[in-house]
Design a protein around this ligand. Structure first.
Ligand SMILES: C[S@@+](CC[C@H](N)C(=O)[O-])C[C@H]1O[C@@H](n2cnc3c(N)ncnc32)[C@H](O)[C@@H]1O
Length: 209
């Protein structure tokens, strides 16, 4: 949505990622369908630093894809911290687990394969940070499902809230309308404070007050 010269400049002035994350991003673009879903270096560095600021003991991620954002978010976990990540595509189980192991995060990331709508209620944790990044149509449902599992003062991050700018257009497809409804819901929820960041495709940072 920003001019390419600006995004190139911002990326050129952001700490480069590790060799492992570079390999994962490259492999995602070469091997996977819809590789543009990967967080990538710029957003990944943002997620990593945000997690390092929060130092969350428990993180929940909804929508793992190739594991890129999970590896970034896990960097803020303390020694006894744990990140649960949920991916519906069972074909991704082996490649995701390989990268978790290669990153030395086997004991810090628990991968769940299945539908997040069914798995979230079975995870008995209170979270400091939740990252919603799965199917857009269900964002509001994920928000409702996780809300009571977020600690007071904890954060919910939601990706793609600008949806390539389509949320501002008049004629909206199903996903765009769902994201718009989600954005409205957050804006009018007195239980939270929030800021919509124009990082990449839009990231809403929501804090349970
Ligand atoms: C945008 S990608 C996630 C990208 C990843 N978080 C990253 O930043 O690199 C969305 C992922 O959510 C998964 N997904 C879609 N619906 C889901 C559901 N109901 N439960 C769990 N995962 C789901 C998709 O298969 C896809 O891999």
């Amino acid at each position: 949505m920003l001019p390419k010269s600006i995004t190139d400049y911002a990326e050129a002035h952001t700490t480069p990622t590790s060799d492992l994350l570079k390999k994962l991003e490259r492999e995602t673009w070469v091997k996977r369908l819809h590789p543009g879903m990967v967080s990538g270096g710029y957003q990944g560095q943002f997620l990593r630093m945000l997690s390092q600021m929060i130092v969350p003991k428990r993180i929940l991620e909804i929508g793992t894809f190739t594991g890129y954002s999970a590896l970034c978010l896990a960097e803020g976990l303390p020694e006894d911290g744990l990140l649960h990540t949920i991916e519906i595509n069972e074909e991704m189980e082996t490649p995701i687990q390989e990268y978790i192991d290669a990153a030395g995060l086997t004991n810090k990331i628990q991968l769940h394969i299945g539908n997040a709508l069914e798995i979230v209620p079975t995870i008995d944790e209170q979270f400091d940070l939740v990252f919603i990044d799965a199917d857009k149509i269900n964002y509001s449902r994920y928000y409702d499902l996780v809300f009571d599992k977020v600690k007071t003062g904890g954060y919910i991050l939601a990706d793609n809230v600008l949806w390539f700018g389509k949320v501002t257009e008049k004629n909206q497809d199903e996903d765009t309308a769902a994201l718009n409804a989600f954005n409205q819901k957050i804006q009018h929820d007195a239980r939270v404070e929030n800021v919509m960041l124009t990082v990449r495709d839009g990231l809403s940072l929501i804090r349970k007050v």
